[in-house]
Ligand binder design. Structure first.
Ligand code: MRU
Length: 346
């Protein structure tokens, strides 16, 4: 199963339709930039690194749609601007589009066809790099897990949230590949159930033992000594280590602190937004009432009752034991360790 796949011959991006999992495994076809934006906004594709790679291919489709325009560069840039605004919190989206803009700026292609070729090569490179990075950060993080550990995770930071392998689930996969027996508790992750539907789907396919728990069972399970560590992904990490991730992550971190359980964030450096000094500046997506107001297709709220539906929250750096990246396991103070990781990479 590939989370995303670009068909060069037909100039189309195929995405596993994550809204239909675990019951149906099928692909959603994007032929235009607008299709990619729709796929991101409706959660056909989701998870910060997967959104970044999909955006890379979205730029190729944007060029493809601009081929016949006289002012092709303006049209292309207009489409990229729409694309990077599809979802506000996962910085990998803006990171991917900026990388494409910088490439066009550096290479100054004379025609849109040349621009499309350049963007396609870069998008394929981005996809391959995402897989290499996930495997590297997975190996770095695996050292933190002991044989027999039970890891609690929130949302889905797995193969489905990346080009392949995953970040938080990448760490678990790497530990299992080293021969450790690891079990996983996946929080169901209301309202869209990424943990119940996606994390359990991909781990069970890989024969990694996984149990789904209601989000509000976390404190009880930790009090019973059932959780050895927490590993989550990230949508955006500020310069000081404050981390935005799926709504509910902050609560899990507070409970883990109470029980002295290590709380790890696993993310590529592309998820770190060094332009933001702290997490209070991270834009938090607010989604529709409908997602909260219904369950399994049935309305669960009286019609006139509003719902609040923030998709992410920000876990303060002081609750995070370490940030696992492809450049190593970063420890507090994060402003320093993050700066070191970026200089080690360049
Ligand atoms: O709203 P989603 O499903 O896109 O949110 C995803 C998450 O919060 C993930 O934990 C995060 O993007 C990291 S994915 C490797």
């Amino acid at each position: 199963m590939k989370t995303l796949c670009f068909n060069e011959k037909n100039m189309e991006l195929l995405l596993v339709n994550q809204t239909l999992l675990p019951n149906t495994l099928s692909y959603f076809t994007c032929k235009t930039t607008q299709d990619v934006i729709f796929a991101m906004q409706t959660m056909v594709v989701r998870g910060a690194p997967a959104i970044g790679v999909a955006a890379g291919f979205g730029c190729v489709l944007a060029a493809n749609e601009s081929l016949d325009a006289e002012n092709w560069l303006d049209e292309l840039n207009g489409r990229l601007t729409l694309l990077e605004a599809a979802r506000p919190t996962a910085v990998n989206l803006m990171w991917a589009v900026s990388r494409m803009r910088a490439l066009l700026e550096a290479k100054q292609p004379e025609t849109c066809l040349k621009a499309r070729d350049l963007l396609l090569t870069e998008a394929l490179r981005m996809e391959a790099q995402d897989i290499t990075i996930c495997k590297k950060l997975g190996r770095n993080g695996a050292a933190l897990l002991k044989d027999g550990d039970c890891v609690l995770t929130h949302c889905n930071a797995g193969a489905l949230a990346t080009a392949a392998y995953g970040t938080a689930l990448g760490v678990i996969r790497a530990a299992v590949e080293e021969g450790k027996k690891i079990t996983v508790i996946a929080d169901e992750t209301r309202p869209l159930l990424q943990g119940a539907r996606l994390t359990s789907f991909e781990l069970s396919r890989d024969h990694i033992p996984v149990t789904v728990a209601c989000d509000n069972a976390c404190a009880l399970l930790m009090s019973q000594g059932r959780v050895d560590s927490v590993i989550v992904g990230a949508d955006r990490i500020a310069e000081n280590g404050d981390t935005a991730n799926k709504i509910g992550t902050f609560g899990v971190a507070i409970i883990a602190k109470h029980f002295n359980i290590p709380f790890y964030v696993a993310a590529p450096l592309s998820t770190i937004d060094r332009a933001l000094p702290d997490g209070s500046l991270i834009p938090i997506e607010e989604r529709s009432r409908d997602e909260v107001a219904s369950f399994a297709g049935k309305s669960i709220l009286p019609q006139d009752v509003p719902a609040v539906n923030f998709a992410f929250d920000v876990t303060p750096a002081e609750l995070i034991s370490a940030i696992i990246t492809e450049e190593g396991v970063l420890t507090p103070p994060y402003a320093e360790s993050i700066a070191q990781a970026f200089s080690a990479r360049s």
